[in-house]
Design a protein around this ligand. Structure first.
Ligand code: BMA
Length: 300
């Protein structure tokens, strides 16, 4: 199975949200109590983002909750760092909890916030786990060599590389290493960022990522995939030679930000098929299906 867009994409648009929003997009995704749960970014009329939950029994027909799940104002102890919005959440199941990593946006520029929940009602916010500028943080769903691991995308002096680091407790991080650099002269030449938590396979950790190439005032966002060594996750052992998903359809080409496919959530089924939740043009939520075997096969 290659990558197949769901025939009735998009699965969610702002018309499905019961309160007033500019857009719903870039969801984190997880299976929770047998349901498909999306933690969706909603851009509010003032241009600042919050999160709202959407749930589904089949992964395609989603119902959006009536009220936001998490807002900047919920961040009592670190409001200064999320004042301009919270964005692009990744969910990782670890130690019987769900860890949430997302971008806090403010005058200090983006940084990564960590929070946790067990029931998607009560959220414990740990606060920033990076300094600015940093975003696109995903956690590995298990310990490796006795440590927790994260990938993220610091941006200094025009660098836009993916870095990996480790922690004994998810709060204190160190051992920083460059994991991947944008490939010059290619579809991902300007910046790259991890999409969602890596999936453990017998061939390595499978990680989805986005790559960007700018053309004048516009940028093209596409998705690729890499395979990381199981025991030494800072080693890339395979990489898709070309994007696995690019903006092609009307709902991916035209919207608030044209020509974008962006993902920060995927769900693996027991049969090895994968649902990639993604957004077209920063305006909607879509799903595309593929399989672990196909994604591994394109990593060379
Ligand atoms: C990135 C993030 C995403 C967004 C993408 C395309 O930098 O801000 O939220 O989807 O740009 O506009």
């Amino acid at each position: 199975m290659k990558i197949i867009r769901y025939k009735s994409n998009p699965v969610l648009t702002k018309e499905n949200v019961l309160f007033k929003v500019n857009s719903i997009f870039n969801p984190g995704a997880v299976k929770y109590k047998g349901k498909y749960l999306l933690v969706c970014r909603v851009e509010m009329p003032n241009g600042r983002s919050s999160f709202v939950l959407a749930e589904s029994n089949d992964g395609y027909a989603f119902k959006v909750h009536e009220k936001p799940f998490l807002t900047p104002e919920d961040h009592k102890d670190c409001f200064d760092y999320v004042e301009w919005g919270i964005e692009d959440l990744r969910v990782t199941s670890l130690n019987g909890k769900y860890y949430l990593t997302y971008t806090g946006y403010s005058k200090y520029m983006p940084l990564v916030i960590l929070a946790e929940t067990t029931d998607f009602k009560e959220v414990k916010i740990h606060g920033p786990i990076t300094e600015p500028s940093n975003k696109d943080c995903s956690l590995f769903p298990g310990k490796i060599n006795g440590y927790y691991w994260k990938v993220d995308r610091p941006s200094a002096e025009n660098r836009r590389d993916i870095w990996i680091s480790r922690s004994p407790d998810l709060i204190h991080w160190g051992g920083y290493k460059v994991l991947m650099q944008p490939e010059e002269g290619s579809w991902e030449q300007d910046k790259i960022g991890a999409s969602s938590n890596p999936i453990k396979t017998d061939k390595g950790w499978l990680m989805l990522y986005h790559g960007v190439r700018g053309f004048g005032i516009s940028s093209l966002y596409k998705l690729g995939v890499v395979l990381l060594d199981l025991n030494e996750p800072w080693k890339v052992i395979g990489k898709s030679l070309e994007p696995i998903l690019s903006p092609e359809t009307e709902y991916e080409r035209v919207g608030d930000v044209n020509n974008v496919v962006f993902s920060n959530g995927w769900i693996v089924e027991d049969d090895g098929s994968v649902k990639i939740y993604y957004s077209g043009a920063d305006t909607n939520i879509c799903v595309a299906e593929t399989s672990i075997n196909y994604l591994i096969s394109v990593c060379r």
